[in-house]
Write a new protein. Structure first.
Length: 133
């Protein structure tokens, strides 16, 4: 059963046709069913994270520009109060260090359950070795 995208903005009950690919294998007693669609509101949030440096050479220190990454995400409105915002984790993996521009793309390696449409900004972080190393 498939319900066409009707652009619903509120919960509704719709009639949907029963379709199947192999009529010789399937017998149905009705051509339509009633489907109840529940529409939930998505809430957008963002927070700053300090990325963890992984796979870096021992004894080396670096300056990051910027020092934090911004994570943007959405979640259902009824989950806002339950969300553990401390469970986000971003890393900068030195195995992916770009020698040409001294950058690394941040990666989100952990996120809370129920979070969707996650983006990290900026797409690349400048990683500059400190001169005393």
């Amino acid at each position: 059963v498939r319900v066409s995208n009707t652009g619903l903005t509120a919960s509704a009950t719709l009639e949907a046709p029963v379709t199947y690919k192999s009529p010789e294998l399937v017998k149905v007693s009705t051509d339509e069913v009633e489907a109840t669609i529940t529409v939930k509101t998505l809430v957008s949030e963002e927070r700053q994270l300090m990325p963890e440096l992984v796979n870096m050479r021992e004894g080396k220190t670096f300056n990051l520009q910027p020092q934090t990454v911004l994570v943007r995400y959405q979640l259902f409105e009824d989950s806002v109060a339950l969300l553990n915002r401390e469970s986000f984790k971003a890393i900068l993996n030195f195995a992916n260090y770009n020698l040409q521009d001294s950058t690394i793309a941040p990666e989100l390696v952990q996120k809370p359950i129920g979070v969707r449409r996650v983006t990290l900004l900026p797409q690349r972080v400048k990683v500059i070795p400190q001169q005393n190393d």
